[in-house]
Design a binder for this molecule. Structure first.
Ligand SMILES: Nc1ncnc2c1ncn2[C@@H]1O[C@H](COP(=O)(O)OP(=O)(O)OP(=O)(O)O)[C@@H](O)[C@H]1O
Ligand SMILES: [Mg+2]
Length: 358
């Protein structure tokens, strides 16, 4: 899963990114050796997998990860190519969700590109750029869809209506996320809109503060977005310390939980994902994630394209049933280890073994 960090210049994106990079680099057992300089790879720990993997006797445990991409500051006019705008927008287009960092701290030593601290104005600036970029995408698409709709194509008729509605909503300053795509529309063919992506607002607050600015919270709620508050600078500083030192510092400042954890969890919960696990004795245990509603066949594809290609059937069991049984053989005896076909809809916490012909 790819998450893009966006926001105004100097909003605190790279500070947050650096903290995330440290969190990723410190996580033990990481199978990635080369990490691109603007991508922070952060594991999503899952206790359920750890428990089952320990019981089964897995050789090691590898958690699925979220990749956070540090994207340079967006400025007014980005959609017209202002300040490398188009390149940034292209970077954002490839992500599954956005973390939108908003300056809410009042450190007078940090320059604001517009001269004053105003979280709502900044949010509007960024959203306006994203909306303009979306309107351009729609404009490019509408001609073809209108022609097809005239020819009586049902999917095109639905899409045309949807694009019209989207245009209206975007023009009022609302994100595309608020207009659901009709089922007739071909997801792979139509516009990929930036404001349709899930968003987590990160209010970058003063050190020692804990609250989310009210206006930002209200805006998030009204637009189907998530919101957390952290001090990016403090998180960056804390990530440089060892655990004990960091805990002490947090206690001193009165911030309970790791702000980074809030960001990672917040971003993750945006994505509407189910976790599943592959766990075998003496083998690497691994966690994976799938969009809610996808099948065993999709799960196989995540593991390896060859496994998907040769899919025969899957053995599936909820993680807690496997733990309770005490092993695969015992679970088979109890009948809790089931055989499923490719269309089985994966459930959160399933442990799966795919049988395939190589
Ligand atoms: N909560 C905070 N309180 C005070 N200063 C902060 C806070 N968060 C970040 N800063 C400071 O703001 C400055 C800009 O931060 P940072 O480089 O992370 O911004 P950015 O969004 O990546 O900027 P750019 O768009 O130029 O890449 C840094 O000096 C950083 O230490
Ligand atoms: Mg930066």
């Amino acid at each position: 899963m790819k998450v893009g960090i966006v926001g105004m210049p100097n909003a605190g994106k790279s500070s947050l990114f650096n903290a995330l990079t440290k969190a990723g680099a410190e996580a033990a057992n990481y199978p990635f050796t080369t990490i691109e300089p603007n991508i922070a790879v952060v594991p999503v720990e899952d206790e359920r997998m750890t428990k089952v993997a320990t019981m089964i006797g897995a050789s090691d445990i590898v958690a699925d990860h979220i990749d956070f991409h540090d994207i340079a500051g967006l400025v007014k006019g980005a959609h017209e190519g202002e300040g490398l705008g188009n390149k940034f927008l292209a970077n954002i287009r490839e992500t599954d969700a956005l973390v939108h960092v908003v300056r809410a701290h009042h450190d007078a030593g940090i320059i604001h590109p517009d001269g004053s601290v105003d979280p709502m104005r900044d949010i509007e600036t960024i959203e306006t750029e994203l909306i303009f970029a979306d309107l351009e995408q729609i404009e490019k698409r509408v001609g073809k869809v209108t022609r097809d709709a005239r020819g009586g194509d049902k999917a095109a008729i639905a899409e045309q209506k949807w694009l019209e509605e989207l245009t209206e909503v975007l023009q009022t300053g609302k994100p595309a996320r608020t207009v659901p795509m009709p089922p007739e529309v071909d997801r792979g063919q139509t516009v990929q809109l930036l404001t349709a992506k899930p968003v987590l607002f990160v209010a970058n607050i003063d050190e020692g503060e804990d609250g989310i600015p009210e206006a930002v919270a209200a805006h998030a709620a009204a637009n189907g977005a998530g919101v957390v508050a952290v001090s990016s600078r403090m998180e960056a500083e804390l990530s440089e310390m060892d655990d004990e030192e960091a805990a002490e510092m947090r206690a001193e400042l009165g911030v309970s939980e790791s702000g980074l954890q809030r960001v990672v969890r917040g971003a993750f919960s945006l994505l509407d994902l189910n976790a599943f696990f592959t766990i075998g004795q003496g083998k690497r245990a691994q966690s994976w994630h799938l969009k809610n509603g996808l099948t065993a066949w999709h799960a196989a594809g995540q593991i390896h394209s060859d496994i998907q290609k040769g899919f025969v059937r899957a053995e599936v069991i909820p993680w807690d049933a496997l733990l309770e049984a005490g092993g695969y053989a015992q679970a088979r005896d109890r009948g809790t280890l089931r055989l499923e076909g490719r269309d089985y809809v994966m459930q959160d916490g399933d442990v799966i073994t795919v049988k395939f012909t190589p």
